[in-house]
Design a protein around this ligand. Structure first.
Ligand SMILES: Nc1ncnc2c1ncn2[C@@H]1O[C@H](COP(=O)(O)OP(=O)(O)OP(=O)(O)O)[C@@H](O)[C@H]1O
Ligand SMILES: [Mg+2]
Length: 410
């Protein structure tokens, strides 16, 4: 199948390439689709989305088109034992493709209505066109009848959340060096979206559960359903309905709906703070003064003598003191209230390359992960890791733990 490559990772300076749409028009695919997805309403819009999915299936992108029967066979009929987890989009199952001998993660859309279909389409398009070592690979999708299913490369270590915030008893916490390397890789994924992709992409959903880890613990950003193309031309922002996840959302975006790359930089700051402190962005199980990570951190970040108190206790003091100070300084810059005062993600990458390369304690043995019990296996046997509740309506969704933590979608 052909690929519409308006995104060319190796040559950042290249002009966007254009390809003839089916109608014979020259279209910059993402801009064209993003525009068209926001026109019309109700039934028309639904029909349009369905037609777009079919159009993609007719050979315009690299993703493979699966039948529902193929994915049923790959996941043991979507059996509970194959369940990896559940988020706002739906359930995620582990599967295996016999013909290519490939492990896959199969995400089955449960959100009905236009918003669900839109997110599905945006995700297929974005991941078909964007390629970078720090973005998850989309293998294909299924749009059989009412089914909307995404098929990804399987990430054996699960998500950053599983290793940082959701530790099972006895599970080894991430060491400092690994944390810095994960932050570096995740920032590089964002840098690619902001600075290399043409037109640029604002990710909008940067959070620990969307950072998946491969066998070598290298991070890959996943979940592009909320990603936005732009701003293009001389525009500084995209105006859009506020969506994302509580606790990670930049204040100016939450207030005005004006989305910029700096909103992603803010969310990066929140995740980086989670990485350093081992605390959740929102944690309702804590004392009221500590439930909101950024609010808790604000006064501490102004007082160097408090920096050591902010480090994740599970690190047991095994981190370079200077590295901790520098990491917290980077997080503080990303979390500036004033969006224009935040650093560009490329500057964050430069700082993190330095932090990740700085010597820390000798690295411990490689991580292993079994979703069933969270420890000590090579990740081959699978089961239900964490079961999130079903979503709400088509505009909002929240997982069960999200609701417990008041950390659901906006
Ligand atoms: N490619 C993959 N390989 C392995 N596990 C995956 C993969 N994609 C998702 N998962 C796991 O499936 C679970 C659910 O993921 P999903 O993205 O649906 O929800 P979420 O990120 O927890 O919440 P949200 O819907 O708000 O993004 C997560 O625990 C994630 O680790
Ligand atoms: Mg996710």
């Amino acid at each position: 199948m052909g690929c519409l490559c308006c995104f060319k990772p190796p040559k950042a300076k290249e002009e966007p390439s254009y390809e003839k749409g089916r109608e014979g028009k020259n279209t910059n695919t993402l801009v064209y689709l993003a525009k068209n997805l926001s026109i019309g309403s109700g039934t028309y819009k639904r029909r349009f989305v369905a037609e777009e999915i079919l159009r993609i299936g007719n050979g315009n992108c690299r993703a493979r088109v699966f039948t529902f029967a193929e994915l049923s066979a790959a996941t043991n009929n979507f059996r509970a034992e194959s369940l990896l987890g559940e988020g706002g989009f739906g359930r995620v199952y582990r599967g295996h493709l016999r013909e290519t001998n490939q492990d896959i993660a199969v995400k089955q859309l449960e959100r009905s209505g236009v918003q669900g279909s839109r997110e599905f389409l945006v995700e297929v398009l974005m991941l078909s066109l964007l390629h970078h070592p720090n973005l998850v690979n989309l293998i294909g999708y299924c749009a059989d009848g009412d089914q909307r299913i995404l098929v990804y490369e399987y990430m054996p270590l699960g998500s950053l959340e599983d290793h940082l915030l959701d530790l099972c008893p006895g599970q080894r916490p991430l060491d400092w060096g690994t944390r810095m390397r994960i932050a570096e890789g995740a920032a590089k994924g964002l840098e690619y979206l902001h600075d290399t992709a043409k037109p640029p992409v604002i990710y909008r959903d940067f959070k620990a559960s969307n950072i998946l880890l491969d066998r070598e613990c290298k991070p890959r950003l996943s979940d592009f359903g909320l990603a936005k193309v732009g701003p293009v031309g001389d525009k500084s922002h995209v105006s859009t309905r506020v969506m994302g996840t509580y606790g990670y959302c930049a204040p100016e975006y939450a207030l005005t709906g004006q989305l910029t790359k700096m909103s992603d930089v803010y969310s990066f700051g929140v995740v980086f703070l989670e990485i350093i402190t081992g605390r959740r962005a929102i944690d309702m199980s804590r004392h009221s003064s500590e439930q909101h990570l950024v609010q808790w951190a604000e006064p501490l970040l102004k007082d160097k003598t408090k920096f050591v108190d902010m480090a994740d206790p599970s690190l047991e003091g095994k981190y370079p003191r200077k590295g901790l100070y520098q990491a917290l300084a980077v997080a503080a810059m990303c979390l500036q209230e004033e969006a224009s005062s935040r650093p560009l993600i490329s500057d964050v990458v430069t700082a993190l390359e330095y932090l990740a390369a700085s010597p820390s304690d000798p690295p411990p043995p490689p991580l292993s992960w079994s979703p069933r019990d969270g420890k000590g296996s090579d990740g081959e046997e699978e089961g239900k890791r964490k079961l999130h509740s079903r979503h709400g309506d088509q505009e909002t969704s929240a997982s069960s733990r999200d609701r417990e933590d008041n950390m659901g979608r906006i």
